[in-house]
Design a protein around this ligand. Sequence first.
Ligand code: ATP
Length: 227
Amino acid sequence: MSALGILGGTFDPIHFGHLRLAQEMAEGIGLSEVRFVPAGCPPHRAPPAASAPHRLAMVERAVAANPLFCVDPREIERGGPCYTVDTLCGLRAELGATRPLCLLMGADAFLGLATWHRWQEIFDLAHVAVAFRPGFPEGAWMDTMPEALRTMLRTRRETDPAALRQGAAGRVYAQPITPLDISASRIRSALEAGRNPRYLLPDAVLDYIQRHQLYVRPPRQTPTPGA
Ligand code: ATP
């Protein structure tokens, strides 16, 4: 049965690091589809700078040309704090018990996994597929990992990506991808500082950002004389 990948993120904004992660993990594992799931109100971090409808629109533009990719707006439509485990429960109910489901994430996100809401239940619902990204390389991964994750990996680690297509959930697989040291926070900082983040994200996304004047620092109020 064809395996489905899920890439959750704030996508504030989406950039080539996200897109290459999805493309290379899809090819490495043999996924038939990757769904991008923009977070509505991520519980683990500060509120996103761009609104949920803007972030959704940017993801739609970024994935439009790739037949392997699509957008799943369920977390944004649900509103409120959304937990990955709830999203996976919803997907599992739709897909049935046997379709392989792979939750894709960068190694930085994986290192925080043991702090996620009902994190251990994630493995009943999906595989976890980890991409090594710059700053979080394969060599340093195990050393910096919390004990709870290290213990979990002893029974769940899988080195053969084909195994992820043969079972519905429960394995953890990791692979290196082309290192692209791109982050949404640095793109936002560049825009705020008036620099152009061109070539770090798709042109269609940059056009959207410029058209809607996203990530622009509001001009400082000059005090009224005598006020
Ligand atoms: P921010 O800089 O605002 O923290 P981000 O660029 O890390 O954002 P997120 O939306 O938080 O983007 O990331 C979504 C997922 O994509 C996470 O699993 C993260 O590890 C992964 N990811 C983000 N940037 C990269 C990158 N350059 N290479 C590989 N994976 C990445």
